[in-house]
Write a protein that binds this ligand. Structure first.
Ligand code: KG4
Ligand code: ZN
Length: 355
Protein backbone atom coordinates (compact mmCIF):
# COMPACT_ATOMS: atom_id res chain seq x y z
CA UNK A 1 0.00 0.00 0.00
CA UNK A 2 1.12 3.53 -0.67
CA UNK A 3 1.42 6.45 1.70
CA UNK A 4 4.00 7.78 4.12
CA UNK A 5 5.55 5.41 6.67
CA UNK A 6 5.06 7.10 10.04
CA UNK A 7 5.91 6.17 13.61
CA UNK A 8 3.64 7.71 16.24
CA UNK A 9 4.28 8.07 19.96
CA UNK A 10 1.56 8.60 22.58
CA UNK A 11 2.33 9.36 26.25
CA UNK A 12 -0.32 11.83 27.40
CA UNK A 13 -1.69 9.72 30.24
CA UNK A 14 -0.89 6.23 31.52
CA UNK A 15 -0.39 4.44 28.20
CA UNK A 16 2.98 4.41 26.46
CA UNK A 17 1.91 3.77 22.88
CA UNK A 18 3.98 3.39 19.74
CA UNK A 19 2.23 2.78 16.44
CA UNK A 20 3.49 2.53 12.88
CA UNK A 21 1.29 3.12 9.85
CA UNK A 22 1.91 3.20 6.12
CA UNK A 23 -0.64 5.67 4.80
CA UNK A 24 -3.94 4.20 5.95
CA UNK A 25 -2.57 0.77 6.79
CA UNK A 26 -1.85 -0.01 10.41
CA UNK A 27 1.36 -2.03 10.72
CA UNK A 28 1.69 -2.24 14.48
CA UNK A 29 0.29 -0.76 17.67
CA UNK A 30 2.43 -1.43 20.76
CA UNK A 31 1.00 -0.40 24.11
CA UNK A 32 2.51 -0.54 27.58
CA UNK A 33 0.26 0.65 30.39
CA UNK A 34 1.20 1.73 33.88
CA UNK A 35 -2.41 1.15 34.99
CA UNK A 36 -1.36 -1.55 37.48
CA UNK A 37 0.78 0.97 39.34
CA UNK A 38 -2.13 3.41 39.66
CA UNK A 39 -4.71 0.93 40.94
CA UNK A 40 -3.88 1.34 44.61
CA UNK A 41 -4.26 5.13 44.31
CA UNK A 42 -7.65 4.84 42.60
CA UNK A 43 -6.55 7.05 39.71
CA UNK A 44 -3.63 7.98 37.49
CA UNK A 45 -0.78 9.58 39.49
CA UNK A 46 1.10 11.94 37.13
CA UNK A 47 4.59 11.37 38.53
CA UNK A 48 4.12 7.60 38.55
CA UNK A 49 2.94 7.77 34.92
CA UNK A 50 5.96 9.88 33.86
CA UNK A 51 8.43 7.49 35.45
CA UNK A 52 6.72 4.53 33.80
CA UNK A 53 6.88 6.25 30.39
CA UNK A 54 10.64 6.77 30.75
CA UNK A 55 11.09 3.06 31.37
CA UNK A 56 8.67 1.92 28.68
CA UNK A 57 9.37 4.27 25.78
CA UNK A 58 12.71 2.83 24.58
CA UNK A 59 11.59 -0.80 24.52
CA UNK A 60 8.22 0.20 23.02
CA UNK A 61 9.86 1.95 20.05
CA UNK A 62 12.21 -1.00 19.52
CA UNK A 63 9.32 -3.46 19.75
CA UNK A 64 7.13 -1.52 17.32
CA UNK A 65 9.93 -1.33 14.72
CA UNK A 66 10.61 -5.06 15.12
CA UNK A 67 6.93 -6.01 14.86
CA UNK A 68 6.41 -3.88 11.76
CA UNK A 69 9.75 -5.08 10.33
CA UNK A 70 10.67 -1.51 9.69
CA UNK A 71 14.09 0.10 10.08
CA UNK A 72 14.21 3.60 11.51
CA UNK A 73 15.83 4.87 8.30
CA UNK A 74 12.85 3.61 6.26
CA UNK A 75 10.43 5.95 8.07
CA UNK A 76 9.14 9.10 6.38
CA UNK A 77 8.18 10.97 9.55
CA UNK A 78 7.81 10.80 13.31
CA UNK A 79 4.65 11.99 15.07
CA UNK A 80 4.12 12.55 18.77
CA UNK A 81 1.31 13.72 21.02
CA UNK A 82 2.04 17.30 22.13
CA UNK A 83 -1.16 17.72 24.18
CA UNK A 84 -3.55 17.94 25.81
CA UNK A 85 -2.53 15.65 28.65
CA UNK A 86 -0.36 15.38 31.75
CA UNK A 87 2.65 17.61 31.05
CA UNK A 88 5.27 15.40 32.68
CA UNK A 89 3.94 12.41 30.78
CA UNK A 90 3.81 14.29 27.47
CA UNK A 91 7.41 15.48 27.93
CA UNK A 92 8.69 11.92 27.90
CA UNK A 93 7.14 11.11 24.52
CA UNK A 94 8.05 14.47 22.99
CA UNK A 95 11.66 14.20 24.15
CA UNK A 96 11.97 10.68 22.81
CA UNK A 97 10.47 11.77 19.48
CA UNK A 98 12.79 14.75 19.22
CA UNK A 99 15.76 12.47 19.88
CA UNK A 100 14.66 10.13 17.11
CA UNK A 101 14.05 13.02 14.72
CA UNK A 102 17.41 14.63 15.54
CA UNK A 103 19.26 11.37 15.02
CA UNK A 104 17.54 10.54 11.73
CA UNK A 105 16.79 13.95 10.26
CA UNK A 106 13.15 12.89 9.80
CA UNK A 107 10.36 15.47 9.90
CA UNK A 108 8.62 15.61 13.28
CA UNK A 109 4.94 16.42 13.79
CA UNK A 110 3.49 17.50 17.15
CA UNK A 111 -0.01 16.02 17.30
CA UNK A 112 -3.22 17.06 19.04
CA UNK A 113 -4.36 14.07 21.10
CA UNK A 114 -8.07 14.78 20.56
CA UNK A 115 -7.74 15.00 16.78
CA UNK A 116 -5.76 11.76 16.90
CA UNK A 117 -8.68 9.98 18.64
CA UNK A 118 -10.72 10.81 15.55
CA UNK A 119 -7.98 10.25 12.94
CA UNK A 120 -7.42 6.71 14.21
CA UNK A 121 -10.50 5.67 12.29
CA UNK A 122 -8.51 6.17 9.07
CA UNK A 123 -6.45 3.07 9.91
CA UNK A 124 -9.26 0.86 11.24
CA UNK A 125 -9.56 -2.33 9.20
CA UNK A 126 -13.26 -1.72 8.65
CA UNK A 127 -12.81 2.02 8.18
CA UNK A 128 -15.47 3.65 6.01
CA UNK A 129 -13.00 6.53 5.58
CA UNK A 130 -13.25 9.57 7.76
CA UNK A 131 -16.47 11.40 7.01
CA UNK A 132 -16.26 15.15 7.50
CA UNK A 133 -17.83 17.18 8.82
CA UNK A 134 -18.47 15.07 11.88
CA UNK A 135 -19.22 15.60 15.54
CA UNK A 136 -16.85 13.65 17.80
CA UNK A 137 -17.68 12.56 21.34
CA UNK A 138 -14.46 11.69 23.17
CA UNK A 139 -14.88 10.10 26.58
CA UNK A 140 -12.08 8.63 28.64
CA UNK A 141 -10.59 8.62 32.13
CA UNK A 142 -8.64 11.77 31.32
CA UNK A 143 -10.90 13.84 29.10
CA UNK A 144 -14.48 14.38 27.91
CA UNK A 145 -15.16 16.55 24.87
CA UNK A 146 -17.53 17.27 22.04
CA UNK A 147 -15.71 18.45 18.91
CA UNK A 148 -16.77 19.67 15.50
CA UNK A 149 -14.39 18.29 12.93
CA UNK A 150 -14.55 20.10 9.59
CA UNK A 151 -11.15 18.77 8.56
CA UNK A 152 -8.99 16.46 10.63
CA UNK A 153 -5.85 18.56 10.16
CA UNK A 154 -6.93 22.17 10.15
CA UNK A 155 -10.57 22.62 11.11
CA UNK A 156 -11.27 21.36 14.61
CA UNK A 157 -13.49 23.21 17.04
CA UNK A 158 -14.00 22.38 20.69
CA UNK A 159 -17.74 22.71 21.28
CA UNK A 160 -17.70 21.61 24.88
CA UNK A 161 -15.75 19.75 27.56
CA UNK A 162 -16.10 18.72 31.16
CA UNK A 163 -15.67 21.49 33.69
CA UNK A 164 -14.63 19.02 36.42
CA UNK A 165 -14.32 15.23 36.28
CA UNK A 166 -13.96 13.30 33.02
CA UNK A 167 -16.69 10.73 32.31
CA UNK A 168 -14.34 7.80 32.95
CA UNK A 169 -13.11 9.49 36.10
CA UNK A 170 -16.73 9.75 37.28
CA UNK A 171 -17.07 5.99 36.77
CA UNK A 172 -13.79 5.40 38.62
CA UNK A 173 -14.59 7.65 41.59
CA UNK A 174 -18.17 6.43 41.92
CA UNK A 175 -17.01 2.81 41.72
CA UNK A 176 -14.63 3.51 44.57
CA UNK A 177 -17.34 4.89 46.82
CA UNK A 178 -19.50 1.87 45.97
CA UNK A 179 -16.63 -0.36 47.07
CA UNK A 180 -15.77 -1.51 43.53
CA UNK A 181 -12.23 -1.86 42.16
CA UNK A 182 -10.39 0.49 39.81
CA UNK A 183 -10.81 1.00 36.90
CA UNK A 184 -14.43 1.58 37.78
CA UNK A 185 -16.13 1.71 34.38
CA UNK A 186 -16.25 -1.99 33.64
CA UNK A 187 -17.07 -2.82 37.29
CA UNK A 188 -19.99 -0.40 37.44
CA UNK A 189 -21.32 -1.94 34.25
CA UNK A 190 -20.98 -5.40 35.77
CA UNK A 191 -22.73 -4.25 38.93
CA UNK A 192 -25.50 -2.65 36.84
CA UNK A 193 -25.97 -5.93 34.99
CA UNK A 194 -26.51 -7.68 38.33
CA UNK A 195 -23.31 -9.67 37.86
CA UNK A 196 -21.72 -8.67 41.17
CA UNK A 197 -24.46 -9.56 43.65
CA UNK A 198 -24.87 -13.09 42.37
CA UNK A 199 -28.44 -12.52 41.17
CA UNK A 200 -27.78 -11.86 37.49
CA UNK A 201 -30.84 -9.59 37.62
CA UNK A 202 -30.03 -6.28 35.89
CA UNK A 203 -30.45 -3.09 37.88
CA UNK A 204 -33.20 -0.62 37.07
CA UNK A 205 -31.70 2.48 35.38
CA UNK A 206 -34.77 4.42 36.52
CA UNK A 207 -34.54 3.35 40.17
CA UNK A 208 -32.85 6.57 41.31
CA UNK A 209 -33.03 9.86 39.42
CA UNK A 210 -29.43 11.10 39.75
CA UNK A 211 -28.62 14.64 38.53
CA UNK A 212 -27.73 15.36 34.89
CA UNK A 213 -24.94 17.97 35.04
CA UNK A 214 -25.32 21.31 33.21
CA UNK A 215 -28.70 20.23 31.87
CA UNK A 216 -31.18 22.68 33.38
CA UNK A 217 -33.08 24.86 30.92
CA UNK A 218 -30.81 27.90 31.60
CA UNK A 219 -27.71 25.69 31.13
CA UNK A 220 -29.00 24.50 27.79
CA UNK A 221 -29.73 28.05 26.67
CA UNK A 222 -26.20 29.14 27.60
CA UNK A 223 -23.86 28.50 24.63
CA UNK A 224 -20.91 28.08 27.03
CA UNK A 225 -22.69 25.26 28.85
CA UNK A 226 -24.94 23.65 26.27
CA UNK A 227 -22.26 21.23 25.05
CA UNK A 228 -20.31 21.05 28.32
CA UNK A 229 -20.32 18.49 31.09
CA UNK A 230 -20.09 18.34 34.86
CA UNK A 231 -19.88 15.03 36.70
CA UNK A 232 -18.70 15.99 40.16
CA UNK A 233 -22.25 16.69 41.43
CA UNK A 234 -23.35 13.27 40.23
CA UNK A 235 -20.62 11.57 42.21
CA UNK A 236 -21.64 13.53 45.31
CA UNK A 237 -25.30 12.63 44.76
CA UNK A 238 -24.41 8.93 44.65
CA UNK A 239 -22.37 9.31 47.83
CA UNK A 240 -25.27 11.03 49.60
CA UNK A 241 -27.69 8.42 48.40
CA UNK A 242 -25.69 5.42 49.54
CA UNK A 243 -24.80 7.07 52.85
CA UNK A 244 -28.47 7.84 53.55
CA UNK A 245 -29.52 4.33 52.67
CA UNK A 246 -26.79 2.64 54.65
CA UNK A 247 -27.53 4.84 57.65
CA UNK A 248 -31.25 4.24 57.21
CA UNK A 249 -33.02 0.92 57.43
CA UNK A 250 -31.59 -2.07 55.63
CA UNK A 251 -35.17 -3.05 54.86
CA UNK A 252 -35.39 -0.48 52.08
CA UNK A 253 -33.88 -3.10 49.84
CA UNK A 254 -31.70 -0.80 47.77
CA UNK A 255 -29.70 -2.92 45.38
CA UNK A 256 -26.16 -2.07 44.27
CA UNK A 257 -27.35 -3.03 40.78
CA UNK A 258 -30.03 -0.31 40.85
CA UNK A 259 -27.61 2.36 42.07
CA UNK A 260 -24.98 1.37 39.48
CA UNK A 261 -27.54 1.23 36.64
CA UNK A 262 -29.03 4.59 37.66
CA UNK A 263 -25.59 6.21 37.85
CA UNK A 264 -24.62 4.76 34.46
CA UNK A 265 -27.89 6.02 33.00
CA UNK A 266 -27.25 9.55 34.27
CA UNK A 267 -23.79 9.67 32.67
CA UNK A 268 -24.92 8.11 29.40
CA UNK A 269 -28.05 10.25 29.20
CA UNK A 270 -26.14 13.52 29.36
CA UNK A 271 -23.37 12.34 26.99
CA UNK A 272 -25.86 11.21 24.37
CA UNK A 273 -28.24 14.14 24.72
CA UNK A 274 -25.52 16.76 24.39
CA UNK A 275 -23.92 14.99 21.44
CA UNK A 276 -27.23 15.13 19.61
CA UNK A 277 -27.62 18.80 20.52
CA UNK A 278 -24.26 19.36 18.85
CA UNK A 279 -25.54 17.65 15.70
CA UNK A 280 -28.72 19.69 15.78
CA UNK A 281 -26.92 22.99 16.38
CA UNK A 282 -24.33 22.46 13.63
CA UNK A 283 -26.52 20.62 11.15
CA UNK A 284 -23.95 17.80 11.07
CA UNK A 285 -25.34 14.30 10.64
CA UNK A 286 -22.28 12.18 11.51
CA UNK A 287 -20.97 11.25 14.94
CA UNK A 288 -17.73 9.48 15.85
CA UNK A 289 -17.29 8.03 19.35
CA UNK A 290 -13.81 7.66 20.87
CA UNK A 291 -11.99 7.15 24.18
CA UNK A 292 -11.96 4.30 26.69
CA UNK A 293 -15.55 4.89 27.84
CA UNK A 294 -16.65 3.85 24.32
CA UNK A 295 -16.34 0.35 25.83
CA UNK A 296 -19.53 1.09 27.79
CA UNK A 297 -22.32 -1.02 26.30
CA UNK A 298 -25.13 1.18 27.56
CA UNK A 299 -23.48 4.26 25.98
CA UNK A 300 -23.13 2.54 22.62
CA UNK A 301 -26.72 1.26 22.77
CA UNK A 302 -28.27 4.60 23.67
CA UNK A 303 -26.12 6.54 21.20
CA UNK A 304 -27.02 4.05 18.47
CA UNK A 305 -30.74 4.44 19.20
CA UNK A 306 -30.74 8.21 19.45
CA UNK A 307 -28.58 8.66 16.34
CA UNK A 308 -30.80 6.33 14.34
CA UNK A 309 -33.90 8.24 15.45
CA UNK A 310 -32.30 11.54 14.43
CA UNK A 311 -31.03 10.28 11.06
CA UNK A 312 -27.42 10.62 12.22
CA UNK A 313 -24.74 8.13 11.13
CA UNK A 314 -22.77 6.81 14.10
CA UNK A 315 -19.26 5.45 13.76
CA UNK A 316 -17.39 3.67 16.55
CA UNK A 317 -13.85 2.56 15.69
CA UNK A 318 -12.78 -0.86 17.03
CA UNK A 319 -12.47 -0.56 20.82
CA UNK A 320 -8.74 -1.31 20.93
CA UNK A 321 -8.28 1.83 18.79
CA UNK A 322 -10.63 3.90 20.99
CA UNK A 323 -8.34 3.78 24.04
CA UNK A 324 -5.11 5.79 24.01
CA UNK A 325 -2.54 4.31 21.62
CA UNK A 326 0.30 5.18 19.27
CA UNK A 327 -1.53 4.20 16.08
CA UNK A 328 -3.85 7.19 16.39
CA UNK A 329 -0.88 9.54 16.52
CA UNK A 330 0.78 7.81 13.57
CA UNK A 331 -2.51 7.91 11.63
CA UNK A 332 -2.84 11.66 11.99
CA UNK A 333 0.90 12.08 11.31
CA UNK A 334 0.51 10.15 8.06
CA UNK A 335 -2.45 12.30 7.05
CA UNK A 336 -0.42 15.48 7.69
CA UNK A 337 2.64 14.08 5.91
CA UNK A 338 0.58 13.03 2.90
CA UNK A 339 -0.51 16.64 2.53
CA UNK A 340 3.16 17.70 2.43
CA UNK A 341 2.66 20.13 5.29
CA UNK A 342 5.64 21.67 7.08
CA UNK A 343 6.93 19.78 10.13
CA UNK A 344 6.47 21.30 13.58
CA UNK A 345 9.23 23.71 14.65
CA UNK A 346 11.87 21.70 16.48
CA UNK A 347 11.39 23.69 19.68
CA UNK A 348 7.68 22.93 20.10
CA UNK A 349 6.56 22.30 23.65
CA UNK A 350 3.74 20.40 25.29
CA UNK A 351 0.31 21.77 26.16
CA UNK A 352 -1.47 20.28 29.13
CA UNK A 353 -4.77 22.10 28.64
CA UNK A 354 -7.37 21.83 25.90
CA UNK A 355 -6.35 25.03 24.11
O1 KG4 B 1 -9.03 5.83 27.18
P1 KG4 B 1 -8.76 5.02 28.39
O2 KG4 B 1 -8.38 3.59 28.24
O3 KG4 B 1 -7.59 5.65 29.23
C1 KG4 B 1 -7.46 6.89 29.71
O4 KG4 B 1 -8.44 7.53 30.12
O5 KG4 B 1 -6.31 7.29 29.74
O6 KG4 B 1 -10.03 5.13 29.32
C2 KG4 B 1 -10.07 4.52 30.58
C3 KG4 B 1 -11.32 4.97 31.24
C4 KG4 B 1 -11.40 4.61 32.71
O7 KG4 B 1 -11.84 5.73 33.44
C5 KG4 B 1 -12.42 3.48 32.75
O8 KG4 B 1 -13.14 3.42 33.95
C6 KG4 B 1 -13.30 3.84 31.58
O9 KG4 B 1 -12.45 4.35 30.60
N1 KG4 B 1 -14.01 2.67 31.09
C7 KG4 B 1 -15.33 2.53 31.13
C8 KG4 B 1 -15.62 1.24 30.63
N2 KG4 B 1 -14.45 0.64 30.28
C9 KG4 B 1 -13.46 1.55 30.56
N3 KG4 B 1 -16.29 3.36 31.57
C10 KG4 B 1 -17.54 2.94 31.49
N4 KG4 B 1 -17.90 1.72 31.05
C11 KG4 B 1 -16.98 0.84 30.61
N5 KG4 B 1 -17.35 -0.37 30.17
ZN1 ZN C 1 -7.32 9.96 25.06
Amino acid sequence: AAGPLVLGIESSCDETGVGIVRGRTLLTNTIASSMDEHVRYGGVVPEVASRAHVQAIGPAVAQALAEAQVRIEDLDAIAVTAGPGLSGALLVGVSAAKGLAAATGLPLYGINHLAAHVAVDLVAEDSPGLHTPTIALLVSGGHTEILRIGDIVDDIELLGATIDDAAGEAFDKTARLLGLDYPGGPNISRAAAGALDGTGVPGDPQAVRFPRGLSTAPDLRNPARRHSFSFSGLKTAVLRFVTAHEAGAGDRGIRLADVAASFEEAVVDVLVTKTLFACEDTGIDHVLLGGGVAANTRLRERLTERCAAAGVTLRVPPLRLCTDNGAMVAALGAEIASRSLAPSPFDFGVTSSLE
